[in-house]
Design a protein around this ligand. Structure first.
Ligand code: ATP
Ligand code: MG
Length: 337
């Protein structure tokens, strides 16, 4: 478990103090995949780098499995850091060393014997699917393969936490998917806690259990990914979610309609019920679906529909009330008079 308590990170620059992290408190459970999103400069890297004390927090505490890293001396900190692996956007491999040597490097730092190192590197390369690239140099690898080496190196000393700073941002969508699949596998098989910074909500949707949204050094929204997608409260969160779930209709389509236009959110089980056909059977109204989408987030459905309802005014009202009762979330985009 990772506990961040009232963490502040300030940088002293020539132009004065710059705030990287502004009083953040978070709890990340063991075995969780925890996403952090935010625009450039929000403080994501500053925060994640404080989790292994790559950056020293100005004030506040960081506890990993109950140990407060901010109180450790240098030797204890080196030991504690072995339990926190990290991967980066641009991989940070040593270009003059082979794949084997890059991974072995992390084990040498932990004073492992030659035999142990050789055995462990083989095991790690097998885990990330690169057994055949052992003697190859980084320049001969694709981006996805380089990140697999980064992952093998990060896992070398059997960490309990893996920190990922934009680990898929330099990769194309299909390579991103394969790296996310690998991260999920590692999380599942090794019970590893993963903290993942990204600016892509697709990545969050695909893999994260919980999410924190950062702005100006602060966490402005935090919670289970499904809940945040279903009910975002902050404008910033909404704008991130819109990148995946874009539901707004072009204005000309709305303006040319004769009926009342409603937007319905279906959350949880209700997304799999026949609310729309039920309403059309029970009331004398016509329903015309203008737009619809069901996304599956952590295998739970989240549906959004835009529908034009027309007919006798009283019946339309009743139909709308009925849908509202069943779905809880209904927004009238345009009334007919
Ligand atoms: N080493 C540093 N020295 C001075 N200021 C820094 C340093 N690192 C980060 N900052 C500042 O701290 C703030 C947060 O930066 P940070 O790199 O944590 O943001 P980020 O969310 O990771 O952004 P990006 O998405 O661009 O990577 C910014 O204002 C940045 O300029
Ligand atoms: Mg960053």
């Amino acid at each position: 478990m990772i506990e961040v308590r009232e963490l502040v990170k300030e940088y002293n620059t020539k132009k004065g103090k710059v705030i990287g992290v502004d009083n953040v408190s978070l709890t990340i459970q063991k075995g969780e995949i925890y996403g952090i999103v935010g625009y450039s400069g929000a403080g994501k890297s500053s925060l994640i780098r404080c989790l292994n004390l790559l950056e020293k927090p100005t004030t506040g505490r960081v506890l990993i499995d109950g140990i407060d890293l901010t109180t450790l001396n240098n030797k204890e900190l080196r030991q504690a850091r072995l339990k926190v692996g990290m991967i980066f956007q641009h991989f940070h491999l040593i270009s003059s060393k082979t794949v084997f040597e890059n991974v072995a490097f992390a084990l040498k730092a932990a004073s492992k014997s030659k035999h142990e190192i050789s055995h462990r590197v083989d095991e790690l390369l097998e885990m990330v699917g690169l057994s055949d690239k052992k003697e190859v140099f980084p320049s001969q690898l694709s981006g996805g393969q380089k990140q697999r080496v980064g992952i093998a190196r990060a896992l070398a000393n059997e960490p309990s936490v893996l920190l990922c700073d934009e680990a898929t941002s330099a990769l194309d969508p299909s390579t991103t998917k394969s790296i996310l699949t690998l991260l999920k596998k590692i999380n599942h098989e090794l019970g590893l806690t993963i903290v993942l910074i990204t600016h892509e909500m697709e990545v969050v949707k695909e893999i994260c259990d919980r999410l924190a949204v950062m702005q100006d050094g602060r966490v402005v929204e935090e919670g289970p990914v499904y809940d945040i997608f279903a009910d975002p409260t902050q404008p910033l969160t909404k704008s991130f979610i819109n990148t995946v779930l874009q539901f707004d209709l072009p204005e000309h389509l709305i303006n040319n309609r004769k009926g009342t236009i409603i937007k319905i959110h279906f959350k949880g089980e209700i997304a799999e019920e026949s609310v729309v056909s039920d309403v059309l059977q029970q009331y004398k109204v016509k329903g015309n679906i203008l737009h619809g989408k069901i996304e599956y987030i952590k295998e739970k459905p989240l549906g959004i529909f835009m529908m034009e309802v027309s007919g006798d005014e009283e019946e339309v009202q009743k139909a709308i009330e009925y849908i509202k009762r069943r779905t809880q979330q209904l927004e009238v985009i345009q009334y007919v008079n």
